[in-house]
Design a protein around this ligand. Structure first.
Ligand SMILES: Cc1cc2nc3c(=O)[nH]c(=O)nc-3n(C[C@H](O)[C@H](O)[C@H](O)COP(=O)(O)O)c2cc1C
Length: 161
């Protein structure tokens, strides 16, 4: 799959088959993800593999669509508000890379912002200053939602003198 096809056909998957995804592949996609842009080579991502006990306590309404694997990706602590934003931005790039890499090999991913909830934060016992940027269910898609059309980019293009 070329990059254009990967970008255009990736969808936010909400229903998964139970078949496991080989962890070696996941680690490889995470490695590729780590080539994301990041200021001063901060590499501000930490990846948590959520085990069954923790996952049950999260009490997600669909149990993440039955995904066989659940990751949470956090950004590392920062000293200033600017650094904090840059860390989160870099982690978002990391997540996008991961999603595209998985999708290119037929594996679906979702993105849930559930990690912002204080209850979930506490449950994960994150080190001080780490923030969850996304919970990512990972697995073979049971259902692929239709593409949501995007606004023509010309409407977002602003010519400055
Ligand atoms: C920061 C962020 C948070 C998101 N949180 C959620 C979420 O909590 N629940 C959800 O269903 N989708 C969430 N999404 C996924 C979007 O709903 C999804 O990407 C959007 O509907 C476009 O669909 P597509 O990714 O299939 O093109 C999130 C996406 C981002 C970037």
């Amino acid at each position: 799959m070329d990059i254009k096809q990967a970008i255009l056909t990736r969808r936010n998957i909400k229903q998964f088959k139970p078949d496991p995804v080989p962890m070696e592949r996941v680690e490889e996609w995470l490695t590729w993800a780590s080539y994301a842009p990041n200021h001063r080579m901060a590499e501000p991502w930490e990846v948590y593999v959520i085990g069954p006990e923790t996952r049950a306590q999260v009490k997600h309404k669909t149990n993440f669509g039955g995904a066989p694997l659940l990751l949470a990706v956090a950004s590392t602590p920062a000293k200033t508000a600017i650094d904090r934003d840059e860390h989160v931005e870099a982690v978002a790039c990391f997540i996008q890379n991961f999603m595209l890499a998985a999708h290119a090999e037929g594996v679906g991913t979702g993105w849930s912002s559930l990690g912002v909830s204080p209850r979930v934060r506490e449950l994960l016992a994150l080190p001080e200053g780490q923030e969850i940027v996304g919970f990512l269910p990972v697995g073979y898609p049971l259902e692929v939602p239709a593409v949501k059309p995007r606004t023509p980019i010309q409407q977002k293009l602003h010519q400055l003198p």
